[in-house]
Write a protein that binds this ligand. Structure first.
Ligand SMILES: CC(C)(COP(=O)(O)OP(=O)(O)OC[C@H]1O[C@@H](n2cnc3c(N)ncnc32)[C@H](O)[C@@H]1OP(=O)(O)O)[C@@H](O)C(=O)NCCC(=O)NCCS
Length: 179
């Protein structure tokens, strides 16, 4: 897989817009995006700002995936990953998550954690996170509004210390009473 991770700014707005509007994103709060919505988000600093970096993952010059890294001034950074439908299920998700984890910990020494929230039934994303060393930390009931429904969602995180040492620190949930 020969991939280029290209950090984008306003000069690539049209390319981001083409990628995001070309197909639906069934697990996102807003599954269909219009070019107008993408332009409005860009104007609000959603894709680039002091705390946000956006990348297009290019394969032979064509975008195969989109990565938005945000809340980068917090001790816990977040990300959004979207792979175009034709390239899903072929390992790209894991490649992207491993790449962004290394990129963030290597370029932001103050960052302690990277977290990702996803719909509870997004099995592919959950599998990717688990394979990349992210640990399930939270289950939120009815917390993911989407087209008039409230889905449950889950939160995973990777600790810098685990990333550095290649270990996996479990949560204490299994020892606590749940009621
Ligand atoms: C979620 C997403 C990023 C995963 O990336 P991907 O490239 O499709 O995933 P990978 O090919 O790396 O697969 C990772 C694992 O998930 C498993 N998997 C893939 N699809 C699955 C499914 N529908 N159900 C269960 N497991 C699945 C794969 O078998 C693989 O497991 P393995 O390592 O044992 O083989 C990608 O599918 C995507 O962009 N989906 C739409 C946008 C989205 O939902 N983004 C997440 C928003 S929070």
């Amino acid at each position: 897989m020969n991939l280029d991770f290209v950090r984008v700014g306003p000069e690539r707005l049209e390319q981001i817009s083409a990628f995001l509007t070309a197909e639906p994103w069934p697990y996102h709060g807003r599954p269909r995006l219009s070019a107008e919505q993408v332009r409005a988000s860009a104007a609000e600093g959603v894709y680039w700002s002091d705390e946000t970096e956006t990348f297009l993952v290019l394969e032979a010059g064509t975008p195969a995936a989109y990565l938005r890294l945000f809340d980068l001034d917090d001790p816990t950074a977040l990300f959004d990953l979207r792979i175009r439908a034709a390239r899903r299920g072929q390992g790209l998700g894991q490649t992207c998550v491993r790449w962004l984890s290394a990129h963030l910990f290597e370029t932001r020494p103050e960052l302690h954690r990277i977290a990702a929230n996803t719909r509870v039934d997004n099995h592919a994303m959950r599998a990717v996170l688990g394979r990349c060393g992210y640990v399930l930390e939270a289950y939120y009931r009815q917390a993911w509004p989407q087209e008039g429904r409230l889905h449950d969602c889950v939160s995973y995180a990777l600790l810098r210390s685990d990333w550095e040492s290649g270990t996996l620190t479990p949560t204490p949930f299994s020892q606590e009473a749940v009621r």
